[in-house]
Design a protein around this ligand. Structure first.
Ligand SMILES: [Zn+2]
Length: 659
């Protein structure tokens, strides 16, 4: 490799600058401590007394109260008694809609319908044939075929009129309702009157006819009563009613109304000839779980929300491949499974992040991206399965597992990025194992003229600055990091503003960086915040310990035990690390952070060039860095303890049980 170095002094026109930062890292695996600890723990486990059994089987008690829900047949059960369920808002609050088109993903013929509650109970109602349906707010509906969408209207342009006649007979379950429907079907077909089931406040009914107003329905009442030999009443849409219609024809298939918003209507996909199928949303994403629809009525919004109810591990499986690539190392997959699971536990049930909308979390990056099973593969499933139930704790509390796309050679402490209290697991650290050549965020630069820069900082709110920018100085970096904590911007009139914290630095220089991890090239000089030249040196010896990667030596040279005795080296290719009982051989990772200036541009030397690494806020874990550690062969716990020091993996059941 031909590394060119150019002195900057005295060179006016040639702005080609090559900064070569060679960071030599030794990643040596000191596993002995971990093995020892594991041995001690297993020894302890053997000493524990056998678990006592109480002999109580509360579930089998014969006592039953009148309020007990009807017994659910095994075949209609979706979740286990002990499953931890997550409610994922897919369309909720202001994003609720008049209708949601849902389909079966793999050709199943329809859905099982459930009466659901906000606290995740499920009562089986009905099996609905119909693989392409829209779940709508009850009322007259117009179809916009372009948008695959039904919207509420005073008129109806389809069979989806919101008014019907309701036979007064009540049926207590699906079997009775289906029997009654079949008895009416021949007559209904003859007279071309639609008949379909409705579930209203705990009872099944049969609705007949499709009308667009109460008057129209009542005008047909006598004829319908005579045809079916049964008494009818007008069935009007209410603001708690949900109706399921055939998406293509608009024909009503099922009405649901509990006149109490505690309840929702759940759809669960039938099997396709014994093969599992999934429910697919109008967005094209398919999910494993119950899709719950509930009326959302607030001032100015009258619609239906769509919330996925998913078992925890299923939810984590859905999330992981949207947060990282499904081809990444399995250990990295496992680390992120734990991050996703930890977030879910920390933001659900009584700690629901979006509780006001009846869901725990949302499906976007505001929480964790959860857009269906498309990207799930065997690697993802392995990663989730092999860490089943595991979360990350710090001092017994769930860790807020912030992560960023690419750290760029270091991470910054959360309290130096945002205005928040320091967290002992969100600290600054050098992460030189990151491969900065994998994407455009590894090494980047932006050049801007003094007047353009003024425009940018004024747009960011620093309007006291005028004329042009004379100087941008890095005052200090974050602790143990190359992220820029503080800059001072000075204009041509001598007015200065100082900006502190990485987030504010990024905002002030908006569009000039992917991360606040940069140096400034101006007037032929590099400002890296350290006021000293960048040298090619060994910057430290990094070793994997039982608490993640630590730098144990900041010297420029290191003494190493090689195959040929102890030698002092700058860039050894391979190290032998002496532990208390053996020698561990480890390849040395050499990370070359090569930054090349804009050799082709014609900018003058008074331009400002921001040269940096990384993408994102720089707090917590680096996603690409976790991949690099996985490729280097480290375990998921070592990856997690490296990026979130002072934490430990634990079982969520133990965590919840210890409250
Ligand atoms: Zn959210």
């Amino acid at each position: 490799m031909a590394n060119k170095k150019k002195k900057t002094g005295g060179v006016k026109t040639d702005r080609r600058v090559i900064i070569v930062r060679i960071v030599c890292i030794v990643l040596a695996l000191l596993m002995l401590g971990g093995v020892l600890a594991a041995a001690i723990m297993s020894a302890q486990a053997e000493e524990l007394p056998a678990e006592e059994t109480t002999g109580e089987t509360t579930e089998d008690t014969a006592e039953e109260t009148a309020e007990d829900p009807p017994e659910v047949s095994e075949e209609y059960k979706i979740f286990g008694e002990d499953d931890y369920l997550i409610r994922v808002g897919i369309s909720y609050g202001d994003s609720s809609r008049d209708s949601h088109r849902v389909r079966t993903h793999n050709g199943a013929s329809g859905f099982r319908l459930y009466k659901t509650t906000k606290d995740n109970s499920f009562e089986y109602l009905y099996t609905l044939e119909g693989a392409d349906v829209s779940v709508c707010e009850a009322g007259n509906l117009r179809r916009s075929s372009d948008e695959d969408y039904y919207y509420y209207s005073s008129q109806s342009n389809t069979a989806a009129g919101g008014y019907h006649l309701r036979l007064v007979n009540e049926y207590k379950n699906e079997a009775e309702a289906k029997q009654a429907l079949s008895a009416l079907s021949e007559k209904a077909e003859q007279l071309e009157i639609l008949v379909y089931p409705a579930y209203i406040n705990g009872k099944f009914y049969i609705n007949a006819g499709v009308y667009t107003s109460e008057d129209q329905a009542l005008s047909e009442k006598a004829a319908v009563e005579e045809a079916f030999g049964a008494e009818c009443v007008a069935a009007l849409p209410t603001d708690t009613m949900i109706t399921v219609i055939d998406h293509v024809s608009g024909t009503a298939l099922f009405d649901f109304d509990m006149t109490d918003l505690f309840y929702g209507l759940g759809l669960y996909c039938l099997d396709n000839n014994g093969k599992k199928d999934y429910i697919k949303t109008y967005k094209g994403y398919y999910y494993d779980g119950v899709m719950e629809f509930r009326r959302y009525n607030t001032s100015g919004k009258d619609a239906v929300s769509m919330i996925l109810i998913s078992e925890l591990e299923t939810y984590v499986t859905c999330v992981v491949p949207w947060e990282i690539y499904n081809s990444w190392p399995t250990e990295t997959m496992k680390a992120f499974s734990i991050c996703a699971r930890t977030f879910a536990i920390a933001n659900s049930h009584e700690k629901a992040k979006h509780g006001q909308y009846d869901c725990d979390v949302c499906d976007s990056s505001d929480c964790q991206v959860c857009k269906g099973f498309d990207r799930v593969n065997a690697n993802v499933i392995n990663g989730v399965e092999q860490t089943r139930g595991q979360i990350l704790l710090c001092d017994g509390e769930t860790v807020t597992t912030y992560y960023t796309d690419l750290g760029g050679g270091s991470m910054a402490a959360a309290h130096e990025v945002w205005n928040m209290a320091a967290e002992k697991y969100l600290v600054g650290q050098m992460t030189p194992w990151e491969d900065l050549t994998v994407n455009r965020y590894g090494n980047w630069q932006f050049t801007v003229s003094p007047t353009e820069l003024l425009k940018i900082v004024r747009n960011a709110g620093y309007t006291s600055l005028k004329g042009a920018i004379e100087d941008v100085k890095i005052n200090r970096l974050c602790e143990n990091s190359t992220y820029v904590y503080s800059i001072t911007i000075t204009d041509t009139y001598g007015t200065s503003v100082t900006v502190n914290r990485c987030r504010n630095v990024r905002l002030a220089l908006s569009g000039l960086m992917y991360a606040a991890n940069f140096v400034i090239l101006h007037n032929g000089k590099i400002d890296d915040g350290k006021n000293k030249e960048i040298k090619e040196t060994v910057s430290g010896l990094y070793v994997m310990t039982s608490d993640g990667i630590k730098m144990i030596n900041g010297e420029e040279r290191i003494n190493v035990q090689t195959g040929n005795g102890i030698k002092q080296k700058y860039l050894p290719e391979r190290l032998m690390i002496k532990t208390s009982s053996s020698l561990v051989s480890q390849t040395v990772l050499i990370s070359t952070g090569e930054v090349i200036g804009d050799g082709g541009s014609s900018g003058s030397s008074s331009d400002f060039t921001f040269i940096g690494h990384g993408n994102g806020h720089g707090v917590g874990a680096s996603q690409w860095g976790c991949k690099d550690l996985g490729l280097l062969g480290y375990g998921y716990d070592q990856i997690l303890y490296t990026y979130y020091p002072n934490t430990r993996v634990a079982m969520y059941e133990d965590y919840l049980g210890s409250d």
